[in-house]
Design a protein around this ligand. Sequence first.
Ligand code: NAP
Length: 248
Amino acid sequence: MSSLSGKTALVTGAARGIGRAVAVRLAAEGAAVAVNYRGSAEKAEETAEEIRAAGGSALTVQADVSDQKSVQEMFSRVLGEFGHLDILVNNAGITRDALLIGMKEEQFDAVIDANLKGCFFCMQEAAKKMIRQRSGRIISISSFSGIHGNAGQINYSASKAGIVGMTKTAARELSGRNITVNAVAPGFVDTDMTAVLSDKVKEAIFAQIPLKRIARPEEIAAAVAFLAGEDAGYITGQVICVDGGLSI
Ligand code: NAP
């Protein structure tokens, strides 16, 4: 029997990138997975098809995580289908990079709304259900930028540092109900988000990574799967850095 068999999971932003790798990995471990997307309906269906082709169970669910009503409707749909929710992975995220003095309020708000408020709305809905179940796992994707900062990402690093604070607070509030809350902080991962960086910027970044390469999305998914599994039952309020040694 796979380690997550009988469990259910909701992964936000699972149409592509890290979210897709997480959804596929949790399904491979036996979980039935709800694949959330905002605009990428076709790609979300591809994720679900990949899961089904491997013998797993998946449904796709549209929602903009920065919109509370949309999140509440997503949870109603997912809980209606699954009946219970064991694992929430807060993965959805965006960047709108600019240096501090040039950052526009709209850029700042867009990133805080999607990355931080989105995580809060989903955590809140998941916690309501998990408290009644007296069990659950909440895993959120933070970032190296949220712990160490990154020039050009004043908005993004604030959102990702906020996720660390929310993770620790939710871990304290929910531990009495057998719910663990953790975060994974990737460094640089090979997805659409980093594809926009110039070769010059990428080279400069790789030179600073002790392992001298960018991560594959599957390497982030492996850490998420560990935190979702039985072996991580005594770990809560933690941030696992999966960054090739960047934060050493
Ligand atoms: P990506 O390839 O750009 O994918 C982002 C995903 O988030 C997309 O599926 C997108 O959905 C979804 N999304 C964005 N805003 C959303 C919203 N308001 N509601 C619902 N879904 C939304 O990014 P990625 O690299 O896989 O990143 C995934 C997570 O890891 C993010 O939180 C990111 O900050 C974090 N991270 C990434 C890196 C990296 O190097 N790539 C490093 C550290 C942390 P649609 O396609 O449907 O719009």
